[in-house]
Design a protein around this ligand. Structure first.
Ligand code: IMP
Ligand code: MG
Length: 177
């Protein structure tokens, strides 16, 4: 059985997401924004964040695959799904569940810059600053967390636990074969 330890409660997440939504609303007052979610981990964060932004908001999604096992990726990233619509001239906010090494986000950032958005910002619910290897930072960060493997609120381990309401640490001994 997996051992889960609550790191951030659903209530704490809700309060933080409301705060980020209010900041985005103020920063882009009078303008429209496109939220670009990174599937699948960011889906729940995007859904909640979008409802805390009092602006003209639209959604788009991209999907990546990274090679390696469930906990560690090899650094090799492949785009599986690009955005559906043109980002040119739009205020784009890239929405990601967690910023870890930064490899995924720096790859996506370069990719989206090529679409020539008017503005490109990054919102990450979680930031594992200790593991950063790429010089990438989020403009809107929910929580800086320690270097532990977390699941819930969209984040998975081998596709499981995305539906947990809290962000939990998955204790390593419990599931490693
Ligand atoms: P990065 O490219 O190393 O920054 O990794 C970002 C991606 O790795 C995230 O979008 C997640 O899919 C995954 N990831 C990194 N840390 C965790 C974690 O603690 N739990 C679940 N997924 C994680
Ligand atoms: Mg992800």
């Amino acid at each position: 059985m997996a051992k889960l330890k609550i790191l951030i409660t659903a209530e704490e997440i809700a309060a933080k997401v409301a705060e980020l939504g209010a900041r985005i609303t103020a920063d882009f007052a009078g303008e429209s924004v496109v939220l670009v979610g990174v599937l699948k981990g960011a889906a729940i964060f995007l859904a909640d964040l979008a409802r805390q932004i009092q602006l003209d908001v639209s959604f788009d999604f991209i999907a990546l695959s990274s090679y390696g096992n469930a906990r560690q990726h090899s650094g090799e990233i492949k785009l599986i799904k690009d955005v559906d619509r043109s980002m040119e001239g739009h205020n784009v906010i890239l929405v990601e569940d967690i910023l870890d090494t930064g490899l995924s986000l720096s790859y996506i950032k370069n990719l989206l810059q090529a679409h020539r958005p008017r503005n490109l910002k990054i919102a990450a619910l979680l930031d594992k600053t200790a593991r950063r290897s790429e010089p990438v930072q989020a403009d809107y960060v929910g929580f800086v967390i320690p270097d532990e493997f977390v699941v819930g609120y969209g984040l998975d381990f081998a596709e499981r636990y995305r539906n947990l309401a809290d962000v939990c640490v998955l204790e390593p001994d419990s599931h490693e074969a």
